[in-house]
Design a protein around this ligand. Structure first.
Ligand code: ADP
Ligand code: MG
Length: 259
């Protein structure tokens, strides 16, 4: 992936909350087709980085560039529209809606909830609804055949691992070129984590241009899935490189891997 173009870049990102510096002068690049792992202890600034990229937080200083264009300061739904989608650390599914409908509304999941109601109420042409459902079904299949088979169940009935998969399928509904996953394996056992990892790998193989950032605490996943790893600690970039490179750095071991 070394020759692939840079799709997303953060320059000198700093985020202050009152007196707390949650992120200090962090740079990163993400190339087309690349999987970048983000690791670091609790409170290191990992979710803050995703919140800055997706426009939920406006950085105190620094900039974010998508395919060369500056996107920091844009509203979150505009950033989704430009091609960045994410999942959250805690589930944000609509439990009463079917698995399929959760993906259908994925295109609109990041806009204000009042608008979402309006979209659902407005009623659309049959053909448009049908096309949206077909597209959603294809995304479910791309993420997991097993999830597709459960497409008519209410999302709340899914086991935890499938809810995570559904969140990924829903994020894909906005047709992103960059997908950001915040701790996708949290709360899962090793078997579920391995199965999810296999599905993410298969998804990336199907979409070789998709760029991924994955915040992860499961070291088995970090060791095998990302091409490169960025290590954060107290809002600072501690290291960046392949997993083998960063794990060899004593400060990284002290800060994180040793725990
Ligand atoms: P991580 O995801 O690495 O566990 P976070 O990015 O969630 O860490 O948090 C980094 C630091 O920033 C923490 O000290 C957290 O309390 C703080 N923080 C994050 N978001 C906010 C916010 N909206 N207001 C105040 N402090 C915040
Ligand atoms: Mg977090």
């Amino acid at each position: 992936t070394a020759a692939a173009p840079v799709v997303l870049e953060g320059r000198n990102l700093t985020m202050r909350f009152g007196g707390l510096v949650a992120m200090a002068e962090v740079d990163f690049t993400l190339r087309q087709g690349e999987i970048l792992g983000i690791i670091g202890p609790n409170g290191a600034g990992k979710s803050t980085l995703l919140n800055i990229i997706t426009g939920l937080y406006r950085p105190s200083s620094g900039s974010v560039h998508l395919a060369g264009e500056r996107i920091d300061g844009l509203a979150a739904h505009r950033i989704v529209g430009r091609g960045i989608a994410r999942t959250f650390q805690s589930s944000r599914l609509f439990g009463d809606l079917s698995v399929l409908d959760n993906v259908v509304i994925g295109r609109h999941a990041h806009i204000k909830s009042g608008l979402l109601d309006a979209i659902l109420r407005r009623g659309r042409a049959q053909a448009e609804l049908h096309a949206a459902a077909e597209h959603a079904a294809s995304l479910l299949k791309a993420v997991s055949r097993d999830l597709y088979a459960q497409r008519h169940r209410p999302a709340a009935e899914l086991p935890q691992a499938d809810r995570r998969r559904l969140e990924i399928a829903r994020a894909l509904a906005s047709e992103p070129r960059v997908l950001l996953l915040d701790e996708p394996s949290s709360g899962m056992d090793d078997a579920d984590t391995d199965a999810l990892m296999a599905d993410i790998r298969a998804l990336c193989a199907q979409r070789p241009d998709l760029a991924l950032m994955i915040i992860e605490h499961d070291m088995r996943l970090v060791a095998s899935l990302p091409h490169r790893v960025l290590v954060l600690d107290y809002g600072q970039k501690l290291a960046e490189g392949t997993y083998e490179e960063v794990r060899a750095i004593p400060r990284v071991q002290e800060a994180y891997l040793g725990r």
